[in-house]
Design a protein around this ligand. Structure first.
Ligand SMILES: C[S@@+](CC[C@H](N)C(=O)[O-])C[C@H]1O[C@@H](n2cnc3c(N)ncnc32)[C@H](O)[C@@H]1O
Length: 144
C-alpha cells in the first residue's frame, strides 16, 4: 500500500502476479541488473517474511532439476508461499542477530556455506521518525 492508504502500482502488480509483497520488485530489479542468483546458487535470505524474496530467489534458480536452495530466516514464522516456490525453499524462525555462525552454516548445502546472502531486514517501525532511525541503526536504550 502507499502511504496514503491507496494501493500503489507495485502493490497492485504484486497482487496481480501472485507475489506476497511488493518487495518482490526490488529483488527482481537487482536480479535484472546484477544476476546475483544463478543456476545452483545456495541462497540465504535474512529477514524473509512474508516471503516475496523467497519467491523471486526460487524463480531465479530456474527449474527444480537445475538444483539450488533457498533458506529464509525471520523472527516471524514464515509459511513458504506456494506460488513460485518449490521443495528447494525452507524457512527457519530465529533472530539472525543471535544465531551463531556455525548454526547458519549448518543450514547450507553440505554445511559449506551459502553462495548468495540477501537481506531486507528492518525492525518493526513505529512511525516516529527519530525512533525508527535509531532502531534501523541498531541503537537501543532502556526504553526500547
Ligand atoms: C521488510 S521485511 C522483509 C521482506 C522480505 N524481503 C520479502 O520480500 O517478503 C523485514 C523483515 O525483517 C525481519 N527481521 C527484523 N529483524 C530481524 C532479526 N533480528 N532476525 C530475523 N528477522 C528479522 C522482520 O521480522 C521482517 O519480517
Amino acid at each position: 500500500m502507499s502511504g496514503a492508504g491507496t494501493p500503489d502500482f507495485f502493490y497492485r502488480e504484486a497482487q496481480r502476479l501472485g507475489y506476497v509483497a511488493r518487495s518482490a520488485f526490488k529483488l527482481l530489479q537487482i536480479q535484472k541488473q546484477h544476476k546475483l542468483i544463478t543456476q545452483g546458487s545456495s541462497v540465504l535470505d535474512l529477514g524473509c517474511a512474508p516471503g516475496a524474496w523467497l519467491q523471486v530467489a526460487c524463480q531465479s534458480l530456474g527449474p527444480l532439476k537445475n538444483g539450488g536452495t533457498v533458506v529464509g530466516i525471520d523472527l516471524k514464522k514464515v509459511k513458504v508461499p506456494p506460488l513460485y516456490c518449490d521443495a528447494r525453499v525452507r524457512t527457519v524462525c530465529a533472530d539472525v542477530m543471535k544465531l551463531p555462525k556455525n548454526q547458519v552454516r549448518a543450514l547450507s548445502p553440505r554445511h559449506k556455506g551459502f553462495s548468495v546472502v540477501l537481506s531486507d531486514m528492518c525492525p518493526l517501525v513505529s512511525g516516529i521518525t527519530t525512533r525508527d532511525a535509531a532502531l534501523s541503526a541498531g541503537v537501543r536504550n532502556a526504553s526500547t
